[in-house]
Design a protein around this ligand. Structure first.
Ligand code: SAM
Length: 283
């Protein structure tokens, strides 16, 4: 047995025991490592940070996808930026009403290696006829996308460092606004409120999005293997409000069995702890 360890703050580290390092590769974009252990099953890291593991991936992938569909059950065209493990696409494709999913992942190796080592997220995604997979920079893609061409944009990115940096810029959020339909929704990776470095990223992202979208919210979920375990997504929209417009009846009609998300939890997820609300308000 060996230990995978990552740094969560200057004075806090997190470790997972593993039995085997399955694969390691340095791509032009990032360092990719796959491990296998008892507690979390197979997991992979990018540049030494946990991305996805078999045990808690359902939390992240439920929460990035289902709150938007429970707010607007008529979503048909979806753009996923990043998301190379396939888990976000897997959840979106469960909606029979979705007509087209474009996924723009910068690093094809992430997707190909997940097809090999993490089938729980990647399997079936490429084979779905509604799926269009592109290996390109997400920022470049949205810059060239036509006005009002998507109902939903899901930003399933790494942290705002290295290749992920452009996905946390005002420029990117403005392009997302332009590319979304009149009732479009943007869900983006919003970091975490607890450790200082992540909290600074959270505030920066929120400040930028608030200046562009008329409706903005932040919601939370519990991710045991991400720094502090307390993680956030941003919900930004032109018309839909995730609390006022929650459509329980329409979402229940889809009949999806979900392991984390449910419509009771929906409202609770938007009820943030006071210190998080204050940090977001202070900006
Ligand atoms: N759930 C994870 C987390 O928050 O730790 C993130 C999933 S991960 C697979 C994110 C993906 O975003 C990576 O595969 C990475 O290659 C991709 N990515 C980072 N920057 C990107 C960019 N500028 N354009 C497209 N994809 C990008």
């Amino acid at each position: 047995m060996a230990w995978y360890t990552e740094q969560w703050s200057n004075e806090c580290k997190f470790s997972i025991a593993y039995d085997k390092e399955l694969y390691s590769e340095k791509t032009p974009f990032q360092q990719i490592d796959f491990y296998k252990g008892e507690e979390f099953g197979t997991f992979f890291t990018l540049d030494g940070l946990m991305m996805v593991n078999e045990k808690d991936e359902f939390v992240y992938h439920d929460m990035i996808v289902h709150p938007a569909f429970a707010t607007n059950p008529s979503i048909k065209k979806v753009l996923i930026i990043g998301g190379g493990d396939g888990g976000t696409a897997r959840e979106v494709l469960r909606y029979p009403t979705v007509e087209e999913v474009v996924m723009v992942e910068i690093d094809e190796r992430v997707f190909r290696l997940c097809q090999e080592f993490l089938p729980v997220t990647a399997n079936g995604v490429e084979e779905d006829s509604r799926m269009k997979l592109l290996f390109d920079d997400g920022l470049a893609y949205v810059k060239n996308a036509p006005d009002q061409s998507f109902d939903l944009i899901l930003v399933d990115s790494t942290d705002p460092i290295s290749v992920g940096e452009g996905l946390f810029t005002t420029e990117f959020y403005k392009e997302c606004y332009r590319v979304l339909n009149e009732d479009g929704i943007l869900i983006n990776q919003h970091e975490s409120p607890y450790f200082a470095e992540y909290a600074a990223n959270m505030k920066k992202a929120h400040r930028k999005i608030k200046d562009i979208f008329p409706i903005t919210h932040v919601y939370q979920y519990h991710m045991p293997t991400y720094p502090s375990g307390h993680w956030l997504f941003g919900f930004a929209s032109k018309t839909f409000d995730p609390l006022k417009d929650l459509n329980v009846e329409a979402w229940e009609k889809f009949g999806l069995k979900t392991k984390y998300y449910n419509t009771n939890l929906h409202a609770g997820a938007f009820g943030l702890p006071s210190y998080v609300k204050e940090a977001l308000q202070r900006g």
